[in-house]
Ligand binder design. Structure first.
Ligand SMILES: N[C@@H](CCC(=O)N[C@@H](CS)C(=O)NCC(=O)O)C(=O)O
Length: 219
């Protein structure tokens, strides 16, 4: 029986994507808090596990995996009772992975490019260009949801978990106007009905927004 340990903290969107996946798979795991705000991710002990010093980090009986997207894929492939959350069908998987890479390279980066300078160097001025990146990303997300309730079709997958963990945190910088983004708004409401959503993502997203809302001046 393997022991799963997730390292992270609730304010981190990619950590919450992993929490959503772990809960959806009904896996038991140990959650070890790494307090980024006090620099615990830069300790020798953590750097030995993840030299890139990011959370989430998964330790599956000595196998160390980081990057939330890699973790979510691994968890479903290894422990899923079905492939519903991460289909094996190549065409379905390709569409899903496009959404994962969208989160990793566009959506989450639009958030990280603002919050990393804030957390690392207390930078509170944000160029309009960085705000425009969030608005562009919202536009793409709205478009991905134009003809289906979830990001890859009729059922929830890890693409929804990864993108929703980020999207539900981005209102710290740019609100999601329900009139402009009705699909994103309905999608987040739909996901919030999952029995484990509040604990795995909702509370942490609220905490993240409370920590950052109003912290920035756009220049
Ligand atoms: N693409 C990575 C991003 C991970 C990431 O940037 N995590 C942030 C917290 S939200 C972090 O650990 N920052 C600390 C650092 O980069 O030193 C993932 O999806 O896991």
């Amino acid at each position: 029986m393997s022991t799963l340990v997730l390292y992270g903290m609730d304010i981190s969107p990619p950590v919450r994507a992993c929490l959503l996946t772990l809960r959806a798979l009904e896996l038991s795991f140990q959650y070890k808090i790494v307090d980024l705000l006090s620099g615990e991710h830069k300790t020798e002990e953590f750097l030995q596990k993840n030299p890139q010093h990011t959370v989430p980090l998964l330790d599956d009986n000595g196998t160390l995996i980081w990057d939330s997207h890699a973790i979510c894929c691994y968890l479903v492939d290894k422990y899923g009772q079905s492939d519903d959350l991460y289909p094996k069908d190549l065409v379905k998987r390709a569409k899903l992975e496009q959404r994962l890479y969208f989160d990793a390279s566009v959506l989450f980066m639009s958030l990280r490019n603002i919050c990393a300078p804030y957390f690392h160097k207390k930078v509170t001025t944000v160029p309009q260009e960085k705000i425009d990146n969030i608005i562009d990303a919202y536009g793409h997300l709205e478009n991905f949801l134009s003809d289906s309730p979830y990001l890859t079709g009729d059922t929830v997958t890890i693409a929804d978990f990864c993108c929703a963990a980020t999207a539900s945190s981005l209102p710290a910088m740019v609100s999601i106007d329900p009139e402009k983004y009705p699909k994103i708004t309905a999608w987040l409401e739909r996901l919030s009905e999952l029995p484990y959503y509040k604990e795995a993502n909702g509370n942490g997203a609220k905490e993240y927004i409370a920590l950052l809302k109003g912290a920035f001046t756009i220049v």
